[in-house]
Design a protein around this ligand. Structure first.
Ligand SMILES: [Zn+2]
Ligand SMILES: [Zn+2]
Length: 300
């Protein structure tokens, strides 16, 4: 939930501030020099221009272009950072990140050496991001409540604002529902699948969740195959452990942990091997955030 100032709880300054929109206050208490805030609009998180950003851009007078060399007004022109800020805010909105997950990487507090290593890995991924390059993805796995979705959304947000990527968040079961609705309304699923296949970075939450139907298998296979062929980055979270398929599609409480399905059982060998090839698998451990919050709620 956003606070009185419109911020989503847990929001802190991003790791890298590549953009410096002209005229903003670097020490603005509201946006911390970023020029934007993240607010909740309905279920979704949206970017909002901070009031410290001047209506008239002092660098380009709202024309949108500035000389490449500020000392030489006749030098070739480049887009002004004010324009990039607007574009990135629009891209953040297009990513459709849920309001309750619109957190920053910095808001995920690393408390163990493994978590510090995870954080460094993600910061490195943002810093080394190359437009049109072969950028590796991440599959966050591990028990529920450890902040996998937080990391996924924080990474999407960071990539949008510091690297200007186009991004899209989908929760796997919601995606399936949307596709089914598209079929039943006669609109089909082509436009949505194409959007998910072509965005720079796709973040899939709860990969492998569902009923394991042929329909689900076909959907995930098409999205991952198209992204794999185009060398586009995939981010995902899953509650299922990595490892080769063991032939168990559905968890059975009567069986021990060794007989619980692996991610490969849920998404199929082909999708799994493509994820292994293009993504780092990051185990997210630590205290259960949801239980911790409940505990704090009880003692407050
Ligand atoms: Zn501000
Ligand atoms: Zn400008």
């Amino acid at each position: 939930m956003p606070g009185a100032d419109g911020r989503v709880a847990g929001a802190v300054a991003p790791v890298i501030a590549v953009l410096s929109p002209p005229g903003i206050l670097p020490d603005c208490a509201t946006c911390r020099g970023q020029g934007y805030l993240i607010v909740k609009a309905g279920e979704q998180a949206r970017a909002q221009r901070c009031s410290c950003v001047p209506m008239m851009c002092p660098a380009c007078d709202n024309v949108g272009w500035v000389p490449n060399d500020p000392a030489n007004p006749r030098s070739p022109r480049r887009p002004c950072d004010c324009r990039s800020l607007s574009a990135r805010m629009a891209r953040f909105d297009d990513a459709k990140i849920p309001g309750r997950h619109a957190k920053t990487l910095g808001g995920w507090v690393a408390t163990s050496p493994e978590q510090v290593a995870t954080r460094m890995h993600l910061d490195g991924l943002v810093q080394e991001w190359t437009p049109n390059g072969e950028n590796r993805g991440v599959v966050f796995h591990g028990p529920v409540g450890r902040g996998k979705t937080h990391l996924l959304c924080g990474l999407l947000r960071e990539l949008v604002f510091s690297r200007g990527v186009t991004a899209r968040f989908v929760e796997f079961s919601h995606l399936l529902a949307d596709l089914k609705q598209g079929f039943s309304s006669g609109e089909g699923s082509g436009a949505l699948i194409t959007e998910l296949a072509e965005v720079d970075v796709l973040g899939i939450d709860e990969l492998g969740k569902g009923h394991g139907t042929d329909f689900e298998g076909t959907v995930i296979d098409e999205i991952i195959s198209r992204r794999y062929n185009a060398e586009r980055t995939i981010l995902a979270t899953t509650n299922f452990p990595p490892g080769d398929a063991i032939g168990v599609k559905v968890g059975n409480l009567m069986l021990d942990e060794r007989h619980q399905p692996r991610l490969a059982d849920r998404v199929g060998d082909r999708v799994y091997s493509r994820l292994v090839e293009t993504c780092a698998f990051v185990l997210v451990t630590g205290e259960d955030h949801r239980r911790k919050n409940e505990k704090q709620g009880r003692t407050a």
